[in-house]
Design a protein around this ligand. Structure first.
Ligand code: URA
Length: 190
């Protein structure tokens, strides 16, 4: 299905029941921030808090993301934030490549076509695999620019949920890497 406006697309998303993921979710999650932004963040999919509120990255991962963005002097209201997967997989399991393809082909592709950001940040492995290639690896490919099928440059960085599991030197190193990735993305928009 194709839509004539971003708003129409988002209205329709709210009633989507095209795959089994919808059965265990409260409902599909939409986007937050500005559809006019030159910068888009694409996350994995909703967790429990996002499922409850219907918007992406507002739980613990989202709060850490906000802090990381503050370190490069940008706030979420100036960014378009969305996910590859719109419905929370049961027990927060990682969505499969096939689930990502099915959902993103229906929604994310059109969303980004309407928003036309100048730069995309792929947040974590699921977004990287959808936007670059199913064989991409976050440990190998993060921090490197690639061109998405939309013709828009993208950079991948670690998902904040990964940072939340790290401690000590590993955490410090990963935080710096995220900082440099976000800084590169913000600078490329200017
Ligand atoms: N993780 C994501 O990638 N997106 C969300 O919306 C929540 C957690």
């Amino acid at each position: 299905m194709t839509y004539s406006t971003h708003e129409q697309l988002e209205q329709s998303l709210l009633t989507c029941a095209a795959c089994p993921l919808r059965q265990s979710a409260i409902g599909p999650t939409s986007y937050n921030g500005s559809p006019l932004s030159p910068l888009a963040i694409v996350g994995e999919g909703p967790g429990g808090v996002e499922d409850e509120y219907g918007v992406p990255l507002v739980g613990p991962s989202g709060q850490l993301l906000d802090k990381a963005l503050a370190s490069v002097a940008i706030t979420r209201d100036r960014i378009y934030t969305t996910n590859v997967i719109k419905c929370r997989p049961k027990n927060n399991r990682t969505p499969t490549i096939e689930e990502g393809e099915f959902c993103a082909t229906a929604w994310l592709d059109q969303e980004l076509t309407f928003v036309q950001p100048k730069v995309i940040i792929a947040l974590g492995s699921v977004a990287l695999k959808y936007l670059l290639s199913p064989t991409a690896r976050i440990t190998k490919d993060r921090g490197q620019w690639f061109t998405t099928k939309y013709g828009i440059p993208a950079i991948a960085t670690y998902h904040p949920a990964y940072l939340l599991r790290l401690v000590g030197k590993d955490l410090v190193k990963a935080k710096w890497e995220v900082y440099y990735d976000l800084k590169a993305a913000v600078e490329k928009c200017q």
